[in-house]
Design a binder for this molecule. Sequence first.
Ligand code: ATP
Ligand code: MG
Ligand code: MG
Length: 578
Amino acid sequence: APALSSNFLRAIVESDLAAGTHVREGLPSVITRFPPEPNGYLHVGHAKSICLNFGLARDYQGRCHLRFDDTNPEKEEQEYVDTIIDSVKWLGFNWDHEGPNGTEHHLHYASDYFEQLYAMAEYLITSGHAYVDSQSAEDMAANRGNFSTPGKNSPFRDRPREESLQLFRDMKAGKFPDGAHILRAKISDDAMASPNMNMRDPAIYRIRHAHHVRTGDAWCIYPMYDYTHPISDALEQITHSICTLEFQDHRPFYDWLLATLAEGGFFQQPVPRQYEFSRLNLTYVITSKRKLRQLVDEKIVDGWDDPRMPTIVGLRRRGYTPEAIQLFCERIGVTKSDGWIDMSTLEGCLREDLDPKAPRATAVLRPLKLIIDNFEAGTSVECSSPVHPHHPEMGVRTFPITRELWIEEEDFMEVPSKGYFRYYPPIGDAPGSRVRLRHGYVTECTGYDKDENGKVIAVHVNYFPDSKSGTPGSDTYKVKGNIHWVSAATALEAEVRLYDRLFTDPQPDGGGKDFMQALNPNAKEVITAYLEPGMTAAQPDQRYQFERHGYFVADRVDSTPGKPVFNRIVTLKDSWVA
Ligand code: ATP
Ligand code: MG
Ligand code: MG
C-alpha cells in the first residue's frame, strides 16, 4: 500500500478518534460508505471516492460499506450493479468486516430500507415536519423562487396533518398517477424564504409507477436522494459520510433530517456527519456518466470497457493496475478546493508501479528489414537477456539472431541528422555507422535497398563475430547506437493497438465546450508488430515493457496464448503534446 500522507479528512477522523466521538458498543469508531447509483459504469472520479472511503476504513481499523443508492427505478439496471461490484473488488477493496461475531458483509441497497424510509416519512407528517403538496409541477417550480427571490408557500402547506397522512397512504396504495402529489419536508415556518434552495420544502417522496430491479412492483412511490441518503447512513451507523463538494448545500437538510428523526426516537446520537471534498477533475478526461454514455452510444469508442475510456473497466482493459490507481489517489490527496489534476500524474503513477514488475520484451512496431550479409543463411545463434534488469530472480529470456531481422523504421536514416547514432550508410569515404544489436552483435551498415517508389525496404550490414554481448572482449567495440530487433525467421506477428488520449483538449468539457469537438483522431491505431518468439506464451492481462516503446498488456478480451493481441498502456516517457 502507498505511503500515507495527512489530509483534512484524516485529521477529522483522528480528532474524532481522540475525542471518542463515535465510540459505540460493538462497533468500529470509523464507518464509511461508498454509495454509487447503479445507473452507469464507475470512472476514475469514483476511484478517488472509493480509495478515500475504503482507505479510511482500512487505515483506522473501521469498515466501509458498498451501498447502492437505488431509488431511481427507471435508470437503474442489474448490469450496473454487477459491474460496480466487480470494479470495487478489482480496485482492491471489499466490504467484509471482521466483527465481534464473525465476518459481516456490508453490501447494502437503499431499497432494503424502503419500509423504514416510509415509516419515517409518516412520522414526519404526523409530527408536522412534512406535508403532501398537490400543486402542479409548474406551480411548484414557480413558487420555489430562485437564488435572488424567496419562494412562496404552497397553498397546501398548511393542510391538516391527517389529510396529508391519508393522501400519502393513498399515494403508496397507487391511487394517483405520477406527479399528482408529492411529499415535501417542512423544515421551518419560513423555510421557503431560505437562501439555501435545498431548504425550501425539499421533496422527499414522489409517485413513480415504475418497476424496480430489486423490489419489483411493490412500490409506486420512491424516496428522493436527499431523504434516502442521510437515513441510509444513519441506519448503517455510518460515522463519516463523505461526499463531493456540490453536496455542501445539502448538508443543512442532512443534519436537520437526522436530528428530527433522532428526536422521534429513530436514531441515537451521535448521528452520522457529512464531510465534503473536491471531486476529481483530470485533464484530457471527462468524468460525467452522461457524456461517457454518449461516447458509447454514438460508437465513438468500442464500449464501456474500451481502453480509451476513463471507466474502471476501461482502465483495467487498457492495462492499468489497481496499485497504480491507488497510488494516484493517495498522491493527489483530498482537499476542498477545485482544480484539475494533470493526466501525466496518473500516467506517472502507472509507470512507477509497472517499472519494477513488468517483464521486458522486444517488439518491433514499424518494421524494416535488416540483412546481415556476412551471417550464414539458415543458421542462428542464441542471445539472451534478463527478464528484468534489476530483478535477476525473474530469470533470463532467450531469442535467436539470424541473417534477417526486423528493426524499427526510425532506426535507419539515409542521410543522418546531427547526433543520429543509429544506422546510416557509408557516405563518400566515411564508413557506415556502427550499431549494437542489443544483446547481440555490433554491426556496420554497408548499404540499403529501395523499391521503385524510393521507399527504403532493407538495410544491409556486416557483423563482427567477436562482438557478442556478454562475451570477453565484446566491450572493446565502442558504439553509440544500440537498438532492439527481432529475428525475421522466428518473429511472432501480433496485433498491437496503440492507444492514446481520447481528447486533444486538456479540458474537453470545460467552460461549456462541446467535448465531441475535442476528440483525438489518433487515439487508437491498430498495427501489426513483430514480437520476440517467447511472447507466444503471453497470458491475457499480462503486462510487459516493450523495450524503448512503453508498457503493453495482452488484451483481456481478445488475446489468447499463441495469438496475443496487445494494448499500449502508456509510453515510456511523458512525451505527449496536444
Ligand atoms: P455522475 O455525475 O457522473 O452521474 P455521480 O456522482 O452522480 O456521477 P454516483 O454513482 O452518485 O455518481 O457516485 C458515487 C460516489 O462517487 C458519490 O459519493 C460521488 O460523490 C463520488 N464521485 C462521483 N464522481 C466523482 C469525482 N469526479 N471525483 C470524486 N468523487 C466522485
Ligand atoms: Mg449521484
Ligand atoms: Mg451526478
